[in-house]
Design a protein around this ligand. Structure first.
Ligand SMILES: [Zn+2]
Length: 243
């Protein structure tokens, strides 16, 4: 078995070539496994260029099945922090591209829909830490900006409340008795309107502590469509909360 890759547009297809001696003459077969890996079976004596051409011809089909396989697994498997995996930011799925180079400065950039991680070592733990530092920085900026905007439109607030990011298993946000917000560190992965829904929900708790009718009246005034936004967030929760 040999590992190879080709580019199709911006996408990279990695595949293993498996020589199967008794395959019918010159027939190349492509399989996409449930883990998203691609296997290409060829009979003996087929030139490498021909194998690559066969993959290129079916590239669109291969990519569709690889993406589908990954999507299925993302619900259940922990993230591996490798190139090709997708990660969310503000509701969008971005493909991770990891570059390993000990001489380059470590960091994360969002370039044309791709999350590019520059890391000195091929170490998933280190890549994860870099990515999370990026998420936290983006969260601090984005959430603060949204809190400032919402505070302007809310009569019971004179200033945005203090807040922090927290590790939370099931909740997106909470509000302390002193009026400080804790927000789930994964929140910035959710679509913008879902982030706004969580923030407005917590800001309404600064006026009405419990989920009373009065609370929902306040929330409805701030975000009339909150039920559909909440349903969207609930539907994505498992995917977004997967580390
Ligand atoms: Zn609540």
């Amino acid at each position: 078995m040999t590992s190879q890759s080709i580019f199709y547009g911006e996408e990279c297809i990695n595949f293993h070539v498996c020589v199967v001696p008794d395959r019918p003459k010159r027939k190349v077969a492509i399989h996409v496994h449930p883990d998203g890996s691609v296997q290409v079976d060829t009979p003996e004596g087929v030139a490498n260029g021909e194998v690559r051409e066969a993959v290129r011809k079916r590239a669109r089909w291969v990519l569709k099945h690889v993406t589908e396989a990954r999507r299925q697994r993302e619900h259940v498997l922990p993230r591996q922090y490798v190139s090709g995996e997708s990660h969310f930011y503000l509701g969008r799925r971005h493909v991770l591209k990891v570059s390993i180079d000990a001489n380059e400065k470590a960091g994360v950039k969002l370039v044309r829909g791709r999350l590019e991680v520059q890391c000195p070592k091929d170490n998933p733990g280190m890549i994860k830490d870099l990515l999370w530092a990026w998420y936290r920085k983006r969260s601090m900026e984005f959430i603060q900006r949204r809190l400032n905007t919402h505070t302007d439109g809310i009569s019971w607030l004179s200033a945005p409340p203090p807040w922090k990011l927290a590790s939370m298993q099931k909740q997106w946000g909470s509000c302390s008795p002193k009026g400080a917000l804790s927000l789930n560190a994964h929140l910035v992965k959710a679509p913008r309107e879902c982030v706004d829904y969580v923030l407005l929900h917590e800001l309404c708790h600064l006026k009405e502590r419990n989920h009373s009718d009065r609370f929902y009246q306040l929330l409805e005034r701030q975000m009339p469509e909150w039920r559909s936004v909440k349903a969207k967030l609930d539907g994505m929760a498992e995917l977004l909360l997967n580390e």
